[in-house]
Design a protein around this ligand. Structure first.
Ligand code: NOJ
Length: 715
């Protein structure tokens, strides 16, 4: 449609029609039986049958045939035959599931991220989905929060890069193409800072914290051209985000120039009532409209009270028109007025879903997300032909996809399959699967006596972790240790004198310090998706040399949380040995068990000759470092650049990641890696604007946030 035609359509729409366009309900409201994954309370909707044909979009309908049918039916009834928009939670793949976003962050590989999202787009588009509620760009520091699994991690730059790659992967150059889908970033804003790690909880961060840490991911999505943004459940500075004019009108629209669609999270308009901002549904609708909400998801206050608010003059109809204009523009951009079914195609669906090419890509990506945390005595990689014992709840479990794999319940392979595929002779014991805490189960039974049967194995792989349903939305935890009998199993194996390789399946950093002494090697396997088993096998047997790094710090104990690498200093930092009256704990070091950026490899790398050179005028700085593979194994090294502004008008983090790259190094090979440090990288929010201040800076390059070479420079 031309812009003129679209304007004419808007001008011809009734107010009721416009309010319907601004409302999103699940497929069951449209007369289809099932509705997948209703993640929140269903409120009394007060929906009349004549409202249904006016609704502009739905969420989580899947299946090309069904969606084509729904669309046809809907368009017949909609007064202007406006197609509806099919949105869904395609978070880390649709049928071919790739690693959870926290694991993808660990890959430090934006190319793979883009390819993964493009694969998800192909599968989702064929099934009829036109927009995904992804990426989540919430910065996360608190592993008690179950939703850390949906984020690329604790670092603003890593999140921004991963977010940008994800948006590009979904939308491509032309989002109307049949194999592309639109992207909705979420949850704007600051949802990752929910107090105490308890889901939906209050967020209270300073403006500086927000500007420098929490907003970067969303901004990257906007800059990458994401079609939509979603509000968050939390309050921010005492206002629920869904009603925040500061977030939506000021920052998103005015400052960042976002002209895409703003959707609320599930029921979030209604939730402004229990939050205590709105007295009733009418007031909630008013707050949302004033803040700049375009679509209300899963509550109907705008639909129910919009007319009254316009008639009474409390809301200018111009606001409604602006919102509907943005929605129509998006539908038009997706090409729905020409082809309302977009990529929906039952044949393509069959052909693409879990096709060989997608599964191969998932395997490659998954192996690149596995973080090697410990490898004492170089016990890994395993020798081909080794006699392998396999124990623990994830030994032969299909529960390895990770949360939000909503319609991909089948087709994953287990760790056992992954090991046997590599020709390993595997003997198993104590393999009872974990059941979710969500359903009241907290442990497996004590079968440690069975472990004796593994006495003749050369090495025992202990596949431990948490149930995937205990991660993600509404899955906050206060205790992050492995369950009692899993810890007991590791201790028993160690006491038996076995070499123990712990493979950890989790959607968050767990508290593994108590079991670390029992493990010779520790492999953080997150939830890797459809090809988890084979990919872990590839790493354990050395077909893939690990290159992933932690996207989130692992605490020593949950009492340290939040513990993250890019913290500020204090006036009493620990220098050398901790002593009284410095900022420290009596019973635990300040440092995490494993910091952000940390991860081992089967190779060894040596960094030397860090040079920081000024260009004409000072900036950008040219930074170079030599990285040598001093081992006899080819590897991929993740080189990280950090900076520290020594003194500034507001205090600066002790370290900030500013760039990273990956290089492949043959045995003995040495490469020079260069980075440019720009003015922008050295700028910060001084509570009014982003500024650069002259002074001393430390430039650091290294293997991990806690292992760097440092050079000082004065600018
Ligand atoms: C609630 C979640 O917070 C959000 O991330 C998701 O996209 C919506 N439900 C829709 O399922």
């Amino acid at each position: 449609m031309t812009e003129k035609e679209l304007r004419a359509l808007l001008a011809d729409m009734s107010l009721e029609e416009k309010l319907g366009e601004m409302t999103q309900l699940s497929p069951n409201f449209f007369g289809t039986e099932e509705s997948v994954d209703l993640t929140g309370p269903m409120q009394q909707m007060n929906l009349k049958p004549e409202d249904v044909p006016l609704l502009g979009s739905t969420l989580n309908a899947f299946g090309a045939e069904k969606i084509i049918e729904m669309q046809k039916h809907h368009m017949e009834l909609q007064p202007h035959h406006i197609p509806m928009l099919f949105m869904a939670d395609v978070i880390h793949g649709l049928k071919t599931i790739y690693p959870i976003p926290l694991a993808m962050g660990s890959s430090f590989n934006t190319d793979l991220m883009e390819e993964a999202a493009a694969m998800a787009a192909r599968e989702a588009a064929a099934t009829g989905v036109q927009l995904t509620f992804s990426p989540m760009a919430d910065l996360v520091r608190d592993p008690r929060w179950g939703r850390v699994m949906e984020s690329p991690g604790e670092d603003p730059l890593l999140i921004a890069r991963m977010t940008e790659a994800t948006v590009k992967g979904y939308q491509g150059e032309d989002v109307s193409a049949p194999d592309r889908i639109a992207s909705c970033f979420k949850h704007f804003g600051g949802y990752g800072a929910a107090e105490g790690g308890r889901d939906y909880n209050t967020v209270d961060v300073s403006d500086g914290m927000l500007r420098e840490f929490y907003l970067d991911g969303y901004k990257a999505a906007v800059d990458a051209g994401a079609a939509m943004g979603m509000t968050s459940f939390n309050t921010i500075d005492r206002i629920p985000a869904t009603g925040s004019q500061k977030l939506y009108r000021k920052i998103l629209r005015d400052e960042w120039g976002f002209d895409g669609v703003a959707i609320t999270d599930f029921d979030a308009v209604n939730e402004m009532i229990p939050h205590g901002l709105a007295a009733d549904g009418k007031e909630a609708a008013k707050y949302a409209l004033k803040a700049g909400v375009d679509i209300e998801m899963m509550s109907t206050h705008i639909l129910n009270y919009g007319k009254e608010l316009v008639r009474s003059g409390e809301i200018d109809e111009k606001l409604i028109d602006e919102a509907v204009w943005r929605i129509l523009k998006l539908k038009n951009k997706l090409g729905l007025f020409e082809n309302p079914f977009k990529g929906a195609d039952p044949e393509k669906e069959k052909e693409l879903h879990q096709c060989a090419a997608h599964m191969a890509l998932a395997r490659e990506i998954s192996a690149r997300c596995v973080v090697l945390l410990k490898n004492e005595g170089k016990i890994l990689p395993l020798k081909k032909g080794a006699k392998v014992g396999l124990a623990g709840p994830f030994a032969n479990s299909l529960s390895v996809l990770g949360g939000w794999s909503i319609i991909a319940a089948s087709g994953s392979t287990t760790l056992l399959q992954g090991l046997t595929e590599h020709g390993a002779e595997v003997k198993m014991a104590m393999t009872e699967e974990l059941k979710p805490m969500q359903m009241g189960f907290f442990d497996v039974s004590d079968q440690t006596a069975e472990l004796e049967t593994l006495a003749d194995c050369d090495v025992v792989i202990a596949a431990v972790g948490e149930h995937p349903d205990d991660t993600g939305e509404s899955a906050s935890r206060t205790i992050l240790r492995l369950s009692h009998n899993q810890e007991k199993m590791l201790e028993r194996l160690h006491d038996m004198g076995k070499k123990v390789v712990a493979v950890i399946f989790s959607g968050r950093p767990l508290e593994i310090r108590p079991v670390l002494p029992f493990c010779d090697a520790v492999v953080q396997a997150w939830f890797l998706g459809s090809e988890a088993g084979p990919a872990i096998g590839d790493v354990l047997f050395g077909d893939v040399n690990p290159s992933a790094r932690l996207s989130m710090s692992f605490p020593q104990t949950v009492g340290q949380v939040p513990v993250y690498y890019n913290h500020m200093n204090t006036g009493r930092p620990v220098v050398g040995k901790p002593h009284r009256y410095v900022s420290c704990y009596l019973d635990c070091p300040n440092e995490p068990l494993f910091p952000f950026g940390y991860g081992l490899s089967y190779s060894e790398y040596h960094y030397q000759n860090l040079k920081v050179e000024k260009t004409e005028g000072g900036l950008p700085l040219k930074v170079s470092v030599e990285v040598e593979n001093t081992s006899d194994v080819a590897g991929r090294e993740t080189v990280q650049l950090y900076i520290h502004d020594v003194a500034a008008s507001v205090v600066r983090p002790v370290k900030e990641l500013k760039d990273f790259t990956q290089i492949d190094l043959a045995p003995g090979e040495k490469k020079t890696v260069t980075f440019a440090v720009t003015t922008e990288m050295l700028s910060f929010w001084n509570n009014e604007a982003f500024v650069f201040e002259h002074g001393d800076f430390e430039i650091m390059v290294g293997h991990s946030s806690d292992e760097v070479l440092t050079e000082k420079v004065t600018l």
